[in-house]
Design a binder for this molecule. Structure first.
Ligand SMILES: NC(=O)c1ccc[n+]([C@@H]2O[C@H](COP(=O)([O-])OP(=O)(O)OC[C@H]3O[C@@H](n4cnc5c(N)ncnc54)[C@H](OP(=O)(O)O)[C@@H]3O)[C@@H](O)[C@H]2O)c1
Length: 298
């Protein structure tokens, strides 16, 4: 089965490509820039193509050539503040880009899997279920909600995977995540200020990739919350990371989110109820402590 992955150079994309290859799928990784992942020993089961999802001719050319049975659309402008500061660019990539990829997926009756975010919620309630009301408070979240709505009205088989604060090995060129930032900062002896009034269910990237593989294997449709199972603040995450690595915790200062003047608003309390994915897909994530150990190779 041929699976096309957009955003294959990203944190999720790289891990997803590796798991799909391990499972025997033929994978076409696509990204905006040059390939950053070079799987070995898979022969012609892996190819990489440059693809700007906001360029109609690019999308059409690649989709026509590949005719994928499954499309995992993970490419996005993911930085919340950048989206707030450059809304047109954010709209072009996250909304127009999704509509272009989706339209061609419809042409080839692909199973379309859209990767979304906890930032579609306002964060007032926390512990969200799949059918809770969407109310984004950032432009990033707004564009992801619009892309979800397009996906839901599609005539082909579709699934939406919402995930939350993804962490894991940063393979070459991937952007930093909270754990690598805490580790690097403390190892360099830097003082860091970490928010203690936001809650998330941090997601180990290998679990997220496995959840998506389960959806592909089971041809599942609908909305799924795929995240970790522990509700934690970024401060909790930083302390657990420092403890595990025996780094100096006194360098970590607990602060409120209001300390930071960021262009994009963050929802205070998200986190997911993942019962649907557990029951229907057989998805079971590791605990945060286990994920942390796996990521750090301990
Ligand atoms: N990381 C999280 O904590 C988190 C949480 C919730 C939801 N999500 C969602 O999960 C998905 C994957 O996130 P991630 O963490 O893997 O993000 P990431 O590391 O920032 O990767 C996103 C990828 O999108 C690609 N991209 C950006 N603009 C593009 C364009 N115009 N055309 C084609 N590709 C483009 C980039 O490709 P190049 O590198 O080649 O430029 C990048 O590798 C995203 O949809 C995100 O919204 C992530």
């Amino acid at each position: 089965m041929k699976v096309l992955v957009t955003g294959a150079n990203g944190l999720l994309g790289q891990h997803l490509v590796m798991q799909l290859l391990e499972k025997g799928f033929t994978v076409i990784g696509t990204g905006k820039g040059d390939a950053r992942l070079h799987p070995e020993g898979v022969g012609d089961r892996y190819t990489y193509r440059t693809l700007d999802v906001s360029d109609p001719s690019d999308v059409q050319e690649v989709m026509d050539a590949v005719k994928p049975e499954v499309v995992v659309h993970a490419a996005a402008m993911t930085q919340v503040d950048e989206c707030e500061l450059a809304p047109e660019q954010c709209e072009k990539i996250n909304v127009t880009g999704t509509s272009l990829v989706l339209a061609d997926a419809e042409l080839y009756s692909s199973h379309f899997i859209y990767i979304s975010t906890d930032f579609v919620f306002d964060g007032e309630q926390g512990n969200y279920k799949e059918d809770d009301d969407l109310k984004p408070i950032s432009y990033y979240g707004f564009t992801k909600m619009q892309a979800e709505a397009m996906t839901e009205t599609s005539s082909i088989r579709w699934a939406i995977v919402r995930t939350c604060l993804v962490y894991g090995d940063t393979l070459e060129g991937t952007r930093s995540n909270i754990i690598s930032w805490v580790k690097d900062s403390l190892e360099q002896g830097k003082d860091i200020r970490v928010v203690s009034d936001q809650w998330r269910t941090p997601t180990f990237v290998e679990d997220l990739a496995r959840g998506i593989v389960l959806i592909i294997e089971q041809k599942a449709t609908g909305v799924y919350h795929i995240s970790g199972k522990d509700l934690l603040t970024p401060y909790d995450i930083a302390i657990q990371t420092a403890d595990l690595l025996q780094l100096d915790k006194s360098k970590i200062t607990k602060v409120d989110a209001s300390t930071f003047k960021q262009p994009g608003k963050r929802p205070p309390k998200t986190g997911f109820i993942i019962d649907k994915a557990r029951k229907e897909l057989g998805f079971e994530p590791v605990s945060f402590a286990e994920g942390l150990k796996k990521m750090l190779g301990i």
